[in-house]
Write a protein that binds this ligand. Structure first.
Ligand code: RFL
Ligand code: PHB
Length: 392
């Protein structure tokens, strides 16, 4: 048995867990991160691409923003295409703020580098991780690393282990309420080493279904199409994917689209989910462990970032200033912003997708919502201020 003691035990070495660990260590607070997968596995997952300015600021505060600022692309706007019309949402002009296009894979790599350089403990391939004694002042974690049993005694445990993690599941059912909504479709995503069709993202609402043209760099494209929940990657050859994507884009854009072999292809079902509260005893939940949004508004990682921001400041206040109010208020404070991000993600999803159960009336309302959006500065400001990130 390998036993160790730390101040904060973190379950999950995705972006939430790594960012919290990095921020706390810079303020002299010790952490141990237990990650179920290998580093290569975590870095193989293709996920978020759009960072709001406050997430980028947190990366800089964690001293891991250098490559993001050098290689990330600042985007001042994006497009919404509807039938043959493409309208630009100038988020910079509407809010004074921009977003940064920098892949989750890259920022996770930067965080791993920083954690390794500081000699911090990130234990990979940690299996059967379990939190214990959560309602006492001596919570601890157990698990296995290779053939060795491990035990980590801590002051607090933070569950950053994503939607399928163990933290949320250890909270008794009667102590937590789950709010959930499933959508009757998913996104099929393709990454290809091709020049992106547009330097800014294009969200396309089309009668055949939603499509998104995104990117990771000047030579790496990320595209998505809405698919039914029964479809898998095996149902879609690269040619079929790009054919369908072209059909859902305005003709002039479709004509410019360069297709190429996929280097990653995956389907993700869309769901909205929130658990309340985000604390049980001395276990705090953060990021996807506590809430999931459909990816339409690009909020998931950014909302994880706001949890980390609140928890980081609360823990620093607790240890440095003996001020415990941040920890006491964490769940309430985080949830207030989480629900606003949920609302926006639900609204963007509703605005841009084809819902199979929709009536003709519903479809006319959807068309009118888009028409209203582009005829009203107030509506555009509302969209833009949510997209660049609401205040923390
Ligand atoms: P993660 O990334 O799921 O990391 C959790 C980590 O915990 C580990 N783990 C465990 N470790 C130990 N013991 C256990 N029992 C464990 N169980 C799990 C896992 O291996 C993993 O390493 O959660 P985190 O850190 O909270 O980060 C959240 C983000 O990953 C997520 O919100 C975003 O990717 C969502 N998202 C987007 N967010 C944005 O802000 N902007 C975007 O543009 C955006 N695009 C997206 C997205 C998510 C997508 N998918 C695939 C769901 C696009 C897509 C397609
Ligand atoms: C992505 O690039 O993967 C991406 C961008 C914007 C979204 C969702 C995903 O809204």
């Amino acid at each position: 048995m390998r036993s160790q003691r730390t101040q904060i035990g973190i379950i999950g070495g995705g972006p939430s867990g790594l960012l919290l660990s990095q921020l706390l260590q810079l303020r002299g607070i010790e952490t141990v991160v237990l990650e179920k997968q290998s580093r290569e596995h975590v870095l193989g997952r293709i996920r978020a691409g759009v960072l709001e300015h406050s997430f980028a600021a947190l990366m800089r505060e964690a001293q891991v923003g250098e490559r993001m600022d050098r290689e990330g692309q600042v985007h001042d706007g994006f497009f919404i295409a509807h039938n043959e019309i493409k309208t630009r949402v100038d988020v910079r002009a509407l809010t004074g703020k921009s977003v940064i296009v920098y892949g989750q894979t890259e920022l996770t790599r930067d965080l791993y580098e920083a954690r390794s350089q500081s000699g911090a403990a990130v234990i990979h391939n940690a299996k059967d991780v379990r939190p214990h004694a959560l309602e006492t002042s001596r919570p601890y974690l157990t698990g296995r690393a290779g053939t060795e049993d491990i035990r980590v005694d801590c002051d607090y445990i933070v569950g950053c282990d994503g939607y399928h993690g163990v933290s949320r599941l250890t909270i008794p059912d009667d102590k937590l309420k789950v709010y959930e909504r499933m959508y009757p479709f998913g996104w099929l995503g393709v990454l290809s080493r091709t020049k992106p069709v547009s330097p800014e993202l294009i969200y396309a609402a089309h009668a055949r279904g939603f499509a998104l043209c995104s990117l990771r760099s000047a030579a790496l494209s990320r595209y998505y199409v809405q698919v039914s929940l029964t479809e898998t990657v095996h149902d879609w050859s690269d040619d079929q994917f790009f054919g369908e994507l072209r059909r859902r884009l305005p003709e002039d854009i479709a004509a410019e689209l360069i297709s190429g072999p996929s280097i990653e292809k995956s389907v993700v079902p869309l769901r909205s989910s929130v658990v309340e509260p985000m604390r049980f005893g001395n276990l705090f939940l953060a990021g996807d462990a506590a809430h999931i949004v459909p990816p339409t508004g690009a909020r998931g990682l950014n909302t994880a970032g706001s949890d980390i921001y609140y928890l980081y400041h609360a823990l620093v206040d607790h240890y440095r200033n003996r001020d415990h109010r941040g920890l006491e208020n964490y769940s309430q404070r985080a949830l207030a912003r989480v629900w606003k991000c949920q609302r926006f993600s639900w609204w963007m999803t509703r605005l841009l997708h084809c819902f199979p159960e929709d009536s003709d009336f519903d479809r006319r309302i959807q068309d009118t919502e888009l028409a209203y959006l582009f005829s009203s500065d107030a509506a555009l400001v509302s969209l833009a201020e949510n997209y660049v990130g609401l205040p923390l």
